[in-house]
Design a protein around this ligand. Structure first.
Ligand SMILES: [Fe+2]
Length: 262
């Protein structure tokens, strides 16, 4: 696997090249355990994502997934509930994370746009985790993802897996524009993959603070946890100007309307 260091010369160029050619890049030392922002993200991840203080999530069985949709969008400024202070503090750190030049500037260069939508998913997986991200797939909505390991992660505790350069196959087999996000036939096809792609899935092991950047056309899956736990902060960047994203948003509104008018 292609692994680089944060202080490597021509880092931006190397990241851009790797994303185009391999579909991913790994920065092993993105954060050290003593970095203030990382310490803060980690301590809040440990508090907020615990099996003891959440109701079971049927879409994320056996684990916890905490979501911040459109993190830098205007609607996130509203305050609610008695937990608002803690929520707000956590958001401040997540906003600081996604605004880091290595995140934001990389995404801007990748999409040739600074009109970006950023969703953040914080996840905890355990040996009881069972959800659709564990099956090899590509994402139905093309996204640039930044996955930050919060604890040391090996194959034994759920290392993320990826099949190198497979975004080229996906782009050729499923040219843009693609079917709607909620088309069941499309969903099925995203999971029916050639054997060589599956055989080439490799776990990405890494210490806490490792950052994986990848484009979601590259075939991937969340690893299964045999022992211990797996904690990741996933920042998803999408181009708001992308026609397929606009169409997905309209589709989501239509679905909501259909649901509400039942
Ligand atoms: Fe995915």
């Amino acid at each position: 696997m292609l692994r680089i260091k944060k202080n490597q010369p021509n880092l931006d160029e190397l990241i851009e090249y790797s994303l185009i050619v391999f579909g991913y890049v790994i920065i092993d030392d993105f954060f050290s355990e003593s970095d203030d922002l990382f310490k803060s993200l980690k301590s809040k991840h440990l508090i907020d994502l615990s099996l003891n203080n959440v109701a079971p999530d049927h879409n994320y069985l056996g684990g916890v997934c905490k979501t911040f949709i459109d993190l830098l969008g205007k609607k996130e400024t509203k305050k609610e509930s008695k937990n608002s202070n803690r929520k707000l503090n956590n958001e401040i750190e997540l906003k600081e994370l996604v605004r880091l030049p290595l995140f934001y500037e990389t995404a801007k260069r990748f999409f040739h746009s600074d009109n970006l939508k950023i969703d953040v998913f914080q996840t905890l997986d355990t040996p009881n985790s069972k959800h659709i991200a564990q099956e090899p797939h590509f994402d139905r909505i093309p996204t640039l993802k930044f996955m930050l390991y919060i604890n040391d992660i090996s194959s034994d505790n759920g290392a993320f897996q990826l099949s190198v350069s497979t975004h080229h196959w996906v782009k050729r087999t499923f040219p843009l524009p693609r079917p709607s996000y909620d088309n069941p036939e499309y969903f099925k096809k995203t999971r029916e993959l050639p054997k060589p792609i599956i055989d080439n899935l490799k776990p990405i092991e890494g210490k806490a603070g490792t950052l994986i950047i990848f484009h979601t056309d590259t075939i991937h899956n969340q690893g299964v946890v045999n022992n211990g736990e797996c904690r990741i902060i996933r920042s998803h960047f999408r181009n708001k100007e992308d026609k397929s994203n606009r169409r997905q948003n309209i589709q989501k509104l239509k679905n909501l309307f259909r649901f509400l008018s039942k």
